[in-house]
Design a protein around this ligand. Sequence first.
Ligand SMILES: [Zn+2]
Length: 459
Amino acid sequence: MNRRTFARRALAALGALQLGRPVVAQAARGTASGLVPAPAGPLGELPELAAQDLRVDGERLIRTLEALHAFGRTPEGGISRVAFSDADRQARAYVAGLLEEAGFESHVDLASNLVASKAGSEDLNPLMMGSHLDSVPEGGNFDGQVGSMGAVEVVRTLADAGHTTRHPLEVVFFVNEEAGKTGSRALSGEVERFELALMTPSGLTIGEGIRANGGDPDRLSEARIEAGRVAAFLELHVEQGGVLDRGGIDIGVVEGIVGIRRWEITVEGFANHAGTTPMPDRRDALVAAARLVDAVNRVALEMEGTHVATVGRIQAEPGAPNVIPGRVTASLEIRDLAMEKIDRVFEAISARADDIAADLGVTIGFEPFYLSRAAPTDPRIRDMVAAAAADLELDALRMPSGAGHDAQSIAQFAPIGMIFVPSVDGISHSPREYSRPGQIAAGADVLLGTLLRLDREWD
Ligand SMILES: [Zn+2]
C-alpha cells in the first residue's frame, strides 16, 4: 500500500470509528518521521523537524465538536445558536475554558469577539486564527464550528507538544457572523452606527448583544485593527457547496472570497389589452425579461471561469391575466474572484440585452445597487496551504469561496488564508449539514501545518 492509499485508509477509518482512536495522527506521524519521537531541545521546545510532524488529535477534535453541539442542539440534530443567545454565550464560555487549559489568556474585545492569546518566543506581530460559534436559526453543527474547534485543536496540539511558536498566537471567535459579520467587520472598521440598532433573532439588537457579551458598542471604532498589526490570519471552514464532495477531494485551497455586484433590471414595454392586441403588435416586457433571464444563464455558462450569474427576483406589472405586461423589474447578481471578470460577464449580458430589446421593441436598463469587493487570499499562504495538504498526502483543489466569511473582513488589514473541508452533498445552513470526521481532522492538520509554515517563514 502506498502512502496515499495508507493515508486515505486512515482517514476512512477515523470516519468509520467516529470517536475512535486518532488514526490520522498516528498513521501520518509513523509514515513521515518514523515512530521515535524527537527529543526536546535545550529550551524545552521541540526541534523544528518534530514541529513539522505534529498532527492534531482527530478524536479529541470530534469530541469537542460533539460537546459544542450541546449548546443549542435542535430535535432535528442541527443547532440554533444565534448570536447573543444563551446557547451562544454558553458555547463561548466552553471554548474559553478549553483555550485557558491550553495556556491561553482569553478576553472579550470592544466588539465582544472572544479573543484568546498567547505570547510567542520572539517580538513579532501575532498570527491569528479563528471562525465563528454562532449559527443561523435551524442551522448545522459545522458552519463556523469546524473552524472554531479546528483552531482550538491546533493550539491544544501545540500545547501538548510543548511547542512555542515564534509569533504570538491569537484565536478569535467572531461575534454575530451570520447576521452581519459584526465582529470581524468591527476589526476592519466597517460596522456602521445604524447597524447597532438592528434586531437579531436573539431578541436583542446588535448593540444590546455586544453589551450583554461584555463589549462596548459606544467604543466600537476603537476595536479597529490597523493594517500591518497582524502577521497573517487563517480560517478553516466547511465548503458549504458540493465541489469538494462531488470530486472526492479532501481540501479546498481557497483563492479568495468572491466579489458581488447587483443590478436592478427594468424592462419597459407597453401594457395593453391581452385580448385585442395581435401577437406581432406587442411590446411584452415579460417576454423580453424571460429571454434575458435565459441569456444571463447562457452567457455565464458559455464564458470560461468560476463566475456565477443569477436573476433571483422578478416582478411583472401590472400583473393581471388579461393585460400584456408593460414593465418588469428584476435583479441581476454576478459573483467572481476578480471584479474585472464580473464587469466582463456583465458587458456580455448587457450586449445580449440590447439585442433582445431591439428584437421585441422594449428598453432594458441596468441600475447598480450593491457592491461587495472580492477578498483574495494571499498567494503565498495559498501555496503554504497546498504544501501542508501535500505533506499529508491529501488531494487539494484551488477554488473560490462563493459564500462570505469573517476572513473577508480581516483581509482589509492582514494577509489571509482559508482552508475548506468538504460539505457532504453540498448542504449548509440546514440541520442536514454534515462533514466527515476524517475530513474535519485532515482540515485541522492542514491548518496546523500552514500555521507552522507561516511561523517559520514569516516575520
Ligand atoms: Zn460560516
